[in-house]
Write a protein that binds this ligand. Structure first.
Ligand code: NAP
Ligand code: F7E
Length: 342
């Protein structure tokens, strides 16, 4: 019988790539969808036709228990979150509820449906395996570079704090109940399906608009921040590998290379044959109350234990996104105004 996976956050960037990856591996894939008329669900219906849908919300404990009871998953991937860092200052309580407490509700749903009592269960065979989408934002004001699985956390946003809660809770359920529960500490990963609010996609869409004569400038915030950017399609492979391991362990996933936003902008404009300095406008209002200045992964453990390596380079990723957005805008309406994936 096919293995069954339940994915929260199926309408997001990672949910789509993970679903495609698991379907290709022969899984029966279920996606948790929320809301009465969520426009992003039509993307899943149209583009991920083989994914089955089940209703639920990370804010609603009962709905998660019902979803787990209905699907009977072998693996649960908790990707659902409020994931845009600036929004976490504007809606800090909601971020804590969805991104933080949502992890507790999902773990509890699995625990209750699996009949795991308060005592530690040693035998993990036949258990539902749980993946939590932890984030390099937990490192925040970094204590060392590069960052590995033992680097202490110092989150710099309500989002980072909520992720740290979910991370420690996942570890705690592993230790308290013997659950196969792991966290992937993923560094920034991007793609043509990335939300238009994140800097890589904002830049690739901005470059495409300028290239096609649809805009004359691109307004950006802090150009000096450095991130370790990889390709989302590579990172979902790591999520799956973590749940196939013999032992439940947490892993850092990133490329080990860091670039500034300025370098990202330069690469994207260069890919389109343009000079970024002619178009980019610095906008102080886009700076954050507290910034994460530098992130750079040390993915040695994932390479050694999981055999995982990122495939797509930074330069390939930027060129891929600029080309995809140029094709997209040349073909039809601006996706920042629409909800469909390219
Ligand atoms: P994304 O595109 O923003 O997707 C977020 C998903 O969360 C959407 O499917 C959204 O569904 C869902 N969601 C929001 N509120 C929910 C709720 N109350 N109940 C259930 N689902 C809810 O994020 P992503 O880039 O794919 O990232 C996936 C996960 O990895 C997130 O947890 C993110 O924080 C984490 N992460 C991302 C990165 C990265 O660089 N991409 C790095 C590290 C960690 P709706 O359509 O219903 O809004
Ligand atoms: O910002 C700077 C900004 O919003 C990256 C999420 O997936 O990755 C993501 O979080 C950097 C920051 O991603 C603009 O100040 C400059 O330093 O693309 P971002 P993020 O905040 O790193 C982590 C790992 C996650 O877990 C999150 O869920 O770019 N920046 N100018 C800008 N950023 C944006 N968005 N817009 C600008 O105009």
């Amino acid at each position: 019988m096919a293995r069954r996976a339940l994915i929260t956050g199926i309408t997001g960037q990672d949910g789509s790539y993970l679903a495609e990856h698991l379907l290709a591996q022969g899984y029966e894939v279920w996606g948790l969808v929320r809301g009465q008329a969520n426009p992003r669900v039509s993307n899943v219906r149209e583009l991920l036709r083989d994914v089955r849908l089940v209703r639920g919300d990370l804010l609603d404990q009962g709905s998660l228990i019902s979803a787990v009871e209905k699907v009977h998953p072998d693996e649960v991937y908790n990707l659902g979150a409020i994931s845009f860092v600036p929004m976490s200052w504007e809606q800090a309580e909601l971020t804590a509820e969805v991104t933080g407490m949502g992890v507790l509700r999902m773990l509890e749903a699995i625990r209750v449906c699996s009949g795991i009592s308060s005592s530690r269960t040693a035998d993990r065979s036949g258990q539902i395996r749980f993946y939590q989408a932890s984030s390099s934002e937990m490192f925040g004001q970094v204590r060392e570079t590069p960052q590995n699985e033992r680097t202490p956390f110092h989150p710099r946003s309500p989002y980072g704090v909520a992720k740290a809660y979910g991370h420690f809770l996942t570890q705690n359920y592993r230790e308290s109940y013997g659950m196969f529960a792991v966290s992937g500490i993923l560094f920034n990963h991007e793609s043509p399906r990335r939300g238009a609010e994140f800097v890589t996609r904002k830049v690739s869409l901005g470059v495409a608009r300028i290239r096609l004569g649809l805009a004359g400038e691109l307004r950006l915030g802090n150009l000096e921040a450095r991130r370790d950017w990889g390709y989302a399609g590579d990172y979902v492979r790591a999520m799956h590998l973590m749940l196939q391991a013999d032992a439940p362990e947490d892993y850092v996933i990133g490329t080990g290379r860091t670039h500034s936003v300025r370098e990202l902008v330069e690469a994207a404009f260069t890919a389109a044959g343009l000079n970024w300095e002619d178009y980019v406008v610095a906008d102080q209002s886009l700076h954050r109350p507290a910034e994460v200045d530098l992130l750079c992964a040390d993915p040695k453990k994932a390479r050694a234990n999981l055999g995982w390596d990122p495939g797509v380079s930074f330069e390939e990723l930027v060129a891929m996104m600029v080309e995809a957005d140029t094709r997209l805008l040349a073909a039809g309406p601006d996706p920042a105004q629409a909800t469909s994936w390219p």
